[in-house]
Each structure stands twice: as structure tokens, then as C-alpha cells.
Write a protein that binds this ligand. Structure first.
Ligand code: GLA
Length: 723
């Protein structure tokens, strides 16, 4: 059971496995004391390590040495020379803020954050601390939630203008974690289109380091996440701290090492292109950040993240619901289709066992390529003479559900929408519009644009009868300006955009509770916990090559669950890499995520079509395991030629094991892979080979794996407990 204990000047959040401790310094500054394994009690004297005058005579506040003080919500301008969490322009133009403790309140459960996605749940406790700056009247309300069932602290801040004049918040991060020393490795996820979320690990160095996005979305290039791991921490052992932001826009994820060798972790909305005006009495709510502590290595950290998202963030309607196996038309037809061709593909897919056919890009306006029509969300009657209504009907007649693609946040300059509403775009008056993929971004912060998006999406869903919507977003911000905001509020645009997006997603998912929404952003360019509050699955990458996907899905699993990773079997040679891989291996990788196809089934051989039927059956047989199981990474594609992972059911009676080899090795001996997460006392049948092993044997001695010959060979095993 999680509890929050207030004792003297200390606040102690404690669950069965973790403690988070804060304290008040003599002047009322809120200090951080501890985050780690659960403590029975904490001595208040521990706070005094920050008192006394430093040898070099640095700044002190009420006897407390600021540049060394571990703080919960540091600001700027008082003498702490490190990066802070909060910056404002006070009415007199100055920006020093001195937050002191005002009040504390302990709540059962967890309040929702206005306008923002956040973790939820009854089985948790929340501490609300109010800090106040006496001179400006500025107030910060800090929320800390501790859960019964995961080793997580969720944090956010609300900044209130308690003065009688206007103030501007220029930085308001969600989390600051000050650690007493810096002997940690920093892990971030970095990449690019078709190469999302590569794992990068290096030892912390003096100064500032980390990850950031300034392009309007959480981005293809990095993720709103960082981890700190001890140098000897590996997948299974050692300390790891993970932090992630429940947000889909610009972010800053930083670790700083200061002059005394202390480390400061900061996470929140990036302050570039950010400023927020507060009239008297108004508040600004930061997104939520979550903080995880693991003593079971990076694997333990990842499982804690996955469990948190699964139980406390993903849409409850979908989280444990088996998803239909889908076939998406993009790599099957691109823009080159008409009604008959799509129906033909759907029929062939249905025959192979597929349950949902998705019509991707190209069905609207006059869209023959990516140069026109975004915004014109009405059927292209040249290709679909009966519109999406008849297409939907005919697809359903083949025996599958119908799904559709939209990119509602965008507009092509060559479109009726742009001609009617050029002022709805993100752009700077007098500057040449900069297009990317020949398109511009609508200002989704503008309520008129939100209504437009709601209308076109709901009309499309109603008209087509679609039970699935792929919500795409394929470009980032440039020329950041909007006609919808006055000149002194232009810097509110990027955050207002994300709030607007959340508002529309909220309305649509409430009004269409049975439509399965899948997110997409040129692949995984906005695959983040913020989006996962609304959509239960996200297209992990435009790269469908099995070997590339091993890296992408392995990296993504560091903090996001495999059950949310859109993952499809595509044709060979692969359209992104030109590589030819066996169908079995493409399946083994794709079925590790949210499974489907991205190919033209009419071009398969009869034997391959037969294999597809078996694959769909396999996917459904393992649905529950894949949705609710615990994920263990076994062999890393970032460290060697092989990738292996497994998913174990909560009762440890069933597991799915996947091994994929990169290039074939000559004169090779069998590979011994040590499994994880099984019950050592149980015996397990490997269904595909008929062999039975002890759980202890599989974990401590290993499973002997003889891979087929050839590049990108794989094994995919179901293990079942037999006693
Ligand atoms: C993006 C998506 C693809 C596909 C195309 C269509 O690139 O990531 O999956 O939908 O758009 O234009």
C-alpha cells in the first residue's frame, strides 16, 4: 500500500518498494532528500548537509547553500547557478523567483490535469504542495502521486499568478530530480525517419546533456524519455532511474552535472518557442512527468514503465482488447488505386484470414501523389465513384471491417481548404511559406481549426462506417506564427497546438468509443505517452524491414509497451531497405507488436497465403499473452548479430520467445539463450519442438537454439507450463 507520511519538516512518499523524500529547509525552501528503495524512516538531520557557508563564499539563502542544495522545483536568479525548472517575467520585468513552502495536502487517488493526458487510478495517493513567492505572489502547486502497484512517482506543477498584474511564464518544467552524485550512465533514444529510437548510452559528464525536441512534436529524432543507470547496470541487475513526459510536443530531457559533482535531471516542455501569459488569478498546468526506480536493471525499469502505461494510462476500452489483424493499403498500392482494386485487395486479404482492411492515403480530394488535397476530406470520385460510403460497404461485404487514413492536422497549399482559409496555417505573415512533403501545418491551437478537424473526422467515420482510423501527422513546425493569437502571445503556439490536438482527440475518442484509433507521424514521430492516453496503438516506424524493426522495436521497448507498437509484415524486397528476409522472420518480428500486414496479398503465392492464415491464428492464440505479458529483452541488436526477447504471462504459465539473427554465420554452433521471467519450479513445453525443460534450466542454463540457415533467420516459440 502506498502512503504519504508528514513528519516534522519531512514529506515521505512510500510504497512497498520505493521511497521519495522531501524536506523543508529552515527558510521554507523545498529540498529533495531521497529517491530509491523504500526506507522505514528518515532523519530530519539529513537536510542539514546543505547548510553552512561554502569555502568559496557562494550564495546562501537563510543559511542554506543554494548551488549545492538538492531542490524540488528550482528557479533562477537566487544563486543556484544550475539550470532550473521555473522562470517567469514578473510584473516589474525581473525574473528571480523565491518559492517557499505555504501548505500541504494529502489526497486519496489522483486529480486529473486540466486539458492534458495523465496517468489515472484509484489505487494511489497524491501529495499537493503549495509554494509561494512572497514578493510577486507567484504560486507553484506541485503534485506528487505514488501508486500501490508500480514503482513510480508521477509529478506535475501548476503555476498560478497570485499578483494583481500580468506575468509571463517563460519556463515551467514538470520535473527536477537532484541526485547527490553523478556516477551514472545517461541513456537516451535518438534516431531519424525509418531509424527511430536507437539506444545511446554514455557516462554523465560535467555540464548539460540529454535530449530535446523543438520541432513541435515529440519527434522522430528523439523521445521524451531518459534513463540513468549505474555503469554496471545491465538488463537484469543494478540501479536504473527512468523519467518520461506524458506529452507530445517540444520537450527538454536533461541531466546536468554541477560543480560539486551532483546530478540534476530536468524534464518538461522545452522553453524554446515557449512563453505563457498569466493574467491575475490564472494558472498554467505543466504536463505530467513520471519517475521510475528499478533495482532490476533496465529490464525492470522498462517493465515498470509498461505496467504503468497499461494500468494507468492507455485507454481502458482497448488496453486488454485483442485487436483485429489488419491489412493496410499503403505499401500494397500507394496512391495508385480505384474502388475495384481496393475491394479486390480486401477480398484477397479476407481469404487469408485478415479481419480489417485499411484504406491509407489517396482516397480524398484529387490526391494522386503527395502534392495536393490535404484538408479536402471528401471522396475523390475519380477513384471512388461511390465515395468512401460505397467503398466501406463493399469492403465489409468481403467479410472484413473497414478502416481509413487521415492526416487532419495538415493542409496542402494546393487544396480548397487552403484557398478558403490560408489564415488557419502556422505561418509568419510576409514570409514565404516553407513546405515539407509539400504541405503546411494547420494551427490546431485555433478553436476554429479544432472544430473543422472534429467535423471532417466524424463525418468521414460516419460516412464510411470505419471502425478504425489511422491518424497521421507528417511534418514539423517552421515559420512559427499564427493569425489566431496576438503578437505578445505568439510563443504560446506550440503548446496551444498540443492542447488543441488533445482536445480534439478527447472529443473524438469519447464520441466514437468503438473506433480503434492508431497514431502515426511519418512512422513513430509522435509515439509518446501523451498520445497513448488517446490511442492504444501507434505505427512504430515507416520502416517495415524485419531486421531494422528489431532495432526499432527493441529501442522503443525501453519505455513503451510492445502491445502498442504497430508492426506489419510487408513484401520483399523491403520497400525501405531493399532487403529480402524470410516470411517467418517478418512475422516473428511483426507479431511481437500490434500485428498486421502492409502488402498486396494478391501478389503472394498460394503457399504464402496459406502461411498467412496460420499467422493470423497464431496472433490470436497469443493475443492475451501479448497484451498483458511482461516483456524481457534477452539479446540486443545494438550489441551483436542477434535479437531476442520474450513475453511472459502474469501467471508465468505461458511465454512467447522470439529470436532473430542478422546475417548468417558460417561454421556456426547452436546459440544458448538464457530466458527470463519464468517460474523456476515449473516445467515448460516448447510447442514448436515438443521439448520440455525446467523453468530453472531455461533461465540459468539456457535454451539451445538452432537457427535455420540464411540471413535474417528466426525462431518463434510458444512455451506452456505443463505441470
Ligand atoms: C506517412 C505514414 C505512412 C503512410 C503515408 C501516406 O508516411 O507514416 O504509413 O500512411 O504517410 O502518405
Amino acid at each position: 500500500m502506498a502512503e504519504i507520511i508528514r513528519e516534522g519538516n519531512l514529506f515521505h512518499l512510500r510504497s512497498a518498494r520505493i521511497s521519495y523524500v522531501m524536506g523543508l529547509m529552515p527558510g521554507g525552501t523545498l529540498a529533495h532528500l531521497y529517491f530509491g528503495p523504500a526506507l522505514r524512516q528518515v532523519n530530519e538531520k539529513a537536510l542539514l548537509r546543505h547548510m553552512g557557508v561554502a569555502a568559496d563564499g557562494s550564495f546562501t539563502l537563510q543559511g542554506c547553500y543554494l548551488d549545492h542544495l538538492a531542490q524540488e522545483y528550482p528557479s533562477f536568479g537566487l544563486g543556484d547557478m544550475r539550470e532550473g525548472a521555473l522562470a517567469v517575467e514578473a510584473p516589474d520585468g525581473t525574473n528571480a523567483v523565491d518559492l517557499r513552502f505555504a501548505e500541504a495536502e494529502i489526497l486519496n487517488g489522483k486529480p486529473a490535469l486540466p486539458g492534458l493526458p495523465a496517468t489515472f487510478g484509484e489505487d494511489c495517493k497524491t501529495l499537493r504542495l503549495t509554494l509561494r513567492d512572497a514578493r510577486t505572489g507567484l504560486e507553484a502547486q506541485l503534485l506528487y502521486t505514488i501508486f500501490d502497484d508500480c514503482d513510480v512517482i508521477a509529478r506535475s506543477a501548476s503555476i498560478r499568478n497570485g499578483s494583481a498584474e500580468k506575468m509571463t511564464v517563460t519556463r515551467a518544467l514538470s520535473l527536477c530530480l537532484d541526485l547527490p552524485e553523478a556516477d551514472w550512465d545517461l541513456i537516451t533514444l535518438n534516431g531519424a525517419w525509418a531509424r527511430e529510437r536507437e539506444i545511446n548510452r554514455r557516462h554523465l559528464m560535467p555540464g548539460e546533456q540529454g535530449a530535446a525536441s523543438r520541432n513541435g512534436a515529440s519527434s522522430l529524432q528523439t523521445s521524451p524519455f531518459l534513463a540513468l543507470a549505474r555503469p554496471n547496470t545491465d538488463e537484469n541487475m543494478g540501479e536504473a532511474l527512468g523519467a518520461a513526459l506524458v506529452y507530445s510536443g517540444n520537450f527538454l530531457a536533461q541531466a546536468n552535472v554541477g560543480q560539486y559533482g551532483t546530478a540534476r535531471v530536468l524534464l518538461g516542455i522545452h522553453d524554446r518557442d515557449f512563453a505563457w501569459q498569466l493574467q491575475p488569478g490564472e494558472s498554467f498546468q505543466t504536463p505530467e512527468a513520471v519517475l521510475i526506480y528499478s533495482r532490476e536493471g533496465l529490464g525492470g525499469m522498462s517493465r515498470a514503465f509498461h505496467g504503468l502505461w497499461q494500468r494507468h494510462l492507455l485507454p481502458p476500452r482497448w488496453v486488454n482488447t485483442p485487436r483485429p489483424v489488419l491489412l493496410n493499403s499503403w505499401e500494397a498500392a500507394y496512391f495508385d488505386f480505384d474502388e475495384d482494386k481496393l475491394v479486390d485487395i480486401a477480398r484477397s486479404a479476407a481469404e487469408a484470414g485478415v479481419e480489417l482492411f485499411v484504406c491509407d492515403d489517396g482516397w480524398f480530394g484529387h490526391r494522386d501523389d503527395d502534392t495536393t488535397s490535404l484538408g479536402d476530406w471528401y471522396s475523390d470520385l475519380r477513384k471512388l465513384p461511390g465515395g468512401i460510403r460505397r467503398l466501406g460497404e463493399r469492403v465489409r461485404q468481403t467479410g472484413v471491417q473497414f478502416g481509413i487514413w487521415m492526416e487532419p492536422e495538415m493542409v496542402s497549399p494546393e487544396s480548397d481548404l487552403y484557398r478558403a482559409h490560408p489564415e488557419w496555417c502556422i505561418r509568419i505573415d510576409g514570409r514565404e511559406p516553407i513546405t515539407a512533403r509539400n504541405q503546411l501545418t494547420l494551427d490546431v491551437g485555433n478553436p476554429q481549426v479544432q472544430d473543422f478537424i472534429y467535423d471532417v473526422v466524424s463525418t468521414t467515420l460516419r460516412e464510411s462506417g470505419a471502425t478504425y482510423l489511422k491518424w497521421d501527422m507528417n511534418r514539423n513546425f517552421s515559420n512559427i506564427g499564427t493569425a489566431a493569437l496576438p503578437r505578445d502571445r505568439q510563443k504560446e503556439l506550440p503548446h496551444r497546438y498540443i492542447l488543441g490536438l488533445y482536445a480534439v482527440m478527447d472529443r473524438l475518442t469519447r464520441d466514437f468509443p468503438d473506433v480503434l484509433f492508431e497514431g502515426c507521424a511519418s512512422g513513430g514521430g509522435r509515439f509518446d505517452p501523451g498520445m497513448l492516453y488517446y490511442v492504444p496503438q501507434f505505427w512504430c516506424s515507416d520502416n517495415t524491414d524485419a531486421l531494422s524493426r528489431c532495432r526499432i522495436q527493441y529501442g522503443t521497448s525501453l519505455y513503451l509497451p510492445t502491445s502498442a507498437m504497430g508492426s506489419h509484415v510487408s513484401a520483399v524486397p523491403n520497400h525501405q531497405t531493399g532487403r529480402v528476409t524470410p516470411l517467418e522472420s517478418r512475422f516473428a518480428v511483426a507479431v511481437s507488436g500490434c500485428f498486421g500486414y502492409e502488402l498486396d496479398p494478391r501478389k503472394l503465392t498460394e503457399e504464402e497465403r496459406q502461411a498467412l492464415r496460420g499467422q493470423v491464428a497464431f496472433a490470436h492464440k497469443t493475443d492475451k499473452l501479448r497484451l498483458t505479458g511482461a516483456f524481457y529483452r534477452l539479446l540486443s541488436p545494438f550489441e551483436g548479430n542477434d535479437t531476442a526477447w520474450m513475453t511472459v504471462s502474469p501467471d508465468q504459465k505461458e511465454a512467447l520467445f522470439t529470436l532473430v539473427r542478422g546475417h548468417a554465420l558460417p561454421n556456426d554452433v547452436p546459440l544458448l539463450v538464457k530466458l527470463r521471467g519464468l517460474c523456476p519450479e515449473r516445467r515448460y513445453l516448447v510447442e514448436q519442438t515438443g521439448e520440455i525443460y525446467g523453468g530453472d534450466e531455461l533461465m540459468y542454463s539456457g535454451l539451445c537454439c538452432q537457427l535455420p540457415r540464411g540471413d535474417a533467420a528466426s525462431l518463434l516459440y510458444i512455451l506452456k507450463a505443463v505441470d
